[in-house]
Design a protein around this ligand. Structure first.
Ligand SMILES: N[C@@H](CCC(=O)N[C@@H](CS)C(=O)NCC(=O)O)C(=O)O
Length: 219
């Protein structure tokens, strides 16, 4: 039996990207069903994933997981060798903390700079709240030597859409943070997700901004 994952539009749904990476980047098979954001079909698709009301929502038989952090933990429990968390307890605790902090925070950055894999912007203003979020992200990423904890883990999957926000808005970050963003741009799962999204997603006007547009950074 294979997991089914309800996702929104790949170019825009950052939580869907996290959920899908928790399968694809860890070698776990998953089938996707599309729940189109901002349409009546969204609720119709999610009716099969009750009581989920957001994407991602995962289903295996009559088991449903309707939150990305719960998905990370449940997949890690069910597939202990997949590598969702570092094995070393101190690193594992830090990785879980990072994923949880991302899951519950960075609201200024998230609301100012939506993930948009169709369109990249430049000369984006950086209000104080967004700068504070970037400062915190720099602090958390400062230990990264390659991926955050050596091998790609769930904390990296949680920060993948943050990296896409920084890349797609050309936000001012350190050279080290840029290197980490580039690792995400080059990750095979991320590249496949972005290519599929760009090929199949409509451009959603809700995500248009007045900032000057630029080419999406090449991986
Ligand atoms: N806490 C949830 C957040 C999921 C979420 O907010 N997903 C958005 C799409 S990126 C959604 O489904 N929005 C539709 C809605 O809220 O009606 C998680 O971690 O999975």
């Amino acid at each position: 039996m294979t997991w089914t994952l309800a996702i929104g539009e790949r170019c825009y749904s950052s939580w869907s990207l996290r959920g899908w990476l928790l399968f694809d980047a860890f070698g776990l098979p998953v089938e996707t069903v599309h729940a189109p954001l901002y349409t009546e079909d969204f609720a119709r698709v999610l009716a099969d994933f009750s009581p989920a009301r957001t994407v991602p929502a995962a289903k295996l038989g009559d088991t449903v997981i309707w939150d990305s952090l719960a998905l990370a933990e449940e997949l890690a429990s069910r597939h202990p060798d997949a590598g969702h968390w570092p094995v070393e307890p101190k690193l594992r605790a830090a990785a879980r903390s990072m994923a949880a902090e991302m899951h519950s925070g960075f609201t200024a950055l998230r609301s100012h700079c939506a993930m948009n894999l169709h369109t990249a912007y430049r000369d984006v203003p950086v209000p104080a709240g967004v700068q504070a979020d970037l400062d915190r992200i720099e602090r958390l990423w400062s230990q990264a030597d390659g991926w955050l904890f050596g091998s790609y883990c769930a904390a990296d999957a949680f920060f993948a859409p943050v990296a896409m926000r920084i890349a797609g808005h050309d936000l001012p970050v350190s050279t080290q943070a840029r290197t980490y963003v580039r690792k995400h741009l080059e990750h095979p799962s991320l590249r496949r997700w972005a290519a599929l999204g760009r090929a199949t997603d409509p451009v959603l006007a809700e995500y248009d901004r007045d900032w000057p547009q630029t080419a999406w950074p090449e991986a």
